[in-house]
Design a protein around this ligand. Structure first.
Ligand SMILES: Nc1ncnc2c1ncn2[C@@H]1O[C@H](COP(=O)(O)OP(=O)(O)O)[C@@H](O)[C@H]1O
Ligand SMILES: [Mg+2]
Length: 288
């Protein structure tokens, strides 16, 4: 049978298999065009919010050279243990399962200086060798940027959707373009963008100050037909909570994690239908 030239197909056939100790229903990557924009924070917030909504949540920290998830959840002192032939993830105070290279090091302050291939190998093992148990959504804190390392992580994990995190600084349009292009090349749907450090609320008068200039995120999102999932303020109290390992205490409702999970699920249905010979872009509007 002739192949449909315009059919959407995933680059890799479901990539690595799940092991016998894992039943992960959904894998969502958090990516950023560059480092330091709050990618890990957004990953942590999504996990916390999803957990609050009653989902079973895990975080796979794939940012091997900059692992900040354990610190954010105050679990730096936990160590990964063996469970039969698998590794058992660490568990946060609210029950989120976490796997990070920092939880396997004698001294978590030592830098990890590894080549990309070695990093990708470790990340693959976080999937193949960890008994994740029942997980509704596994959030992956991706390595920053759009270079070789995030690319190999994309190729090795069964990521079904990505959230792009950006900050309202110079070149944001180009940075988002690159991240969207990378996701497109990997045939992974972009579930939306989060603009972090979007503004500051003046503690004296309550005025909203756009520290980095006027946000362009809505224009950029429109250009790529993406949802703006959240615009998060610069918040010194939140920064402090995170630094004390209390991300699970941040106020509720900063980001709609449930919507992200639902969007990823419907993207998967579309994907399945497309590869089954159907193709459609959006659901028909009512009354049309
Ligand atoms: N909206 C925010 N308000 C205050 N501090 C923030 C905010 N977003 C991130 N930070 C702080 O900035 C630093 C970098 O954030 P992080 O999530 O680690 O970035 P990335 O993972 O993109 O490198 C962290 O110390 C974090 O606590
Ligand atoms: Mg980080």
């Amino acid at each position: 049978m002739a192949e449909e030239p315009n059919m959407v197909e995933r680059t890799e056939p479901a990539k690595l298999e799940q092991n016998a100790g894992s039943n992960v229903k959904q894998v969502i990557g958090i990516m950023s065009g560059k480092g330091g924009v709050g990618k890990s924070l957004v990953c942590g917030l999504l996990a916390v919010e999803a957990q609050r909504k009653g989902l079973k949540v895990g975080i796979l920290d794939a940012d091997i050279t900059g692992p900040s998830i354990p610190h954010m959840f105050g679990i730096d002192n936990q160590r990964i243990t063996m469970m039969g032939k698998f590794l058992a993830p660490a568990i946060t105070s609210t029950g989120i399962k976490v796997m990070s290279i920092n939880l396997m090091m004698n001294n978590p302050n030592d830098p990890v200086i590894w080549r990309g291939s070695l990093i990708a190998g470790a990340v693959s093992q976080f999937w193949t060798d960890v008994a994740w148990g029942d997980i509704d959504v596994l959030f992956v804190d991706m390595p920053p940027g759009t270079g070789d390392v995030p690319l190999t992580v994309f190729q090795s994990l069964p990521i079904e959707g990505v959230v792009i995190v950006t900050s309202p600084q110079d070149l944001v349009s180009m940075i988002v373009n690159k991240a969207v292009k990378m996701a497109d090349d990997m045939h992974v749907p972009v579930l939306g963008v989060v603009e972090n450090m979007s503004y500051l609320v003046c503690p004296h008068c309550g005025e909203r100050v756009e520290v980095f200039g006027k946000s362009q995120i809505h224009d950029i999102a429109k250009e790529h037909d993406l949802k703006v999932l959240a615009q998060l303020p610069i918040d010194s109290k939140m920064a402090e909570q995170i630094d004390r390992g209390r991300v699970e205490d941040v106020p509720e409702g900063l980001i709609d994690a449930k919507q992200v999970v639902e969007d990823a699920a419907s993207a998967r249905v579309r994907d399945a239908l497309a590869s089954g010979g159907f193709s459609f872009t959006t659901a028909p509007e009512a009354g049309k």
